[in-house]
Each structure stands twice: as C-alpha cells, then as structure tokens.
Design a protein around this ligand. Structure first.
Ligand code: ZN
Length: 47
C-alpha cells in the first residue's frame, strides 16, 4: 500500500476536487485541504 497523499480531499467531509473546490490550508505545520462548503464551518469552530 502506498500513501495516498496525492489524492487531495477535504479534511472535514472528504470531498475531492472533482466535486467541490478545495482550498489549501495549514494546520499546525501540516498542509491540508478544505472545501469551500466546510471552510465556513471551520471558521465558526464547528458545532
Ligand atoms: Zn468539506
């Protein structure tokens, strides 16, 4: 099994860029991806 880092998916919902627009962000020094739908949720601190 190889790492699947090359497949970018939203860290919150797992959607890929085939379905949604993904934005790259950095969390504690790690690059992650978040989709435009989940970005507002993360900004507001989730539930
Ligand atoms: Zn998402």
């Amino acid at each position: 099994m190889q790492e699947e880092e090359s497949i970018n998916a939203c860290l919150h919902c797992g959607a890929t860029s085939d379905r949604v627009v993904l934005l790259q962000c950095e969390d504690k020094g790690t690059l992650r991806w978040v989709c435009v739908r989940c970005l507002p949720i993360l900004i507001h601190g989730g539930h």
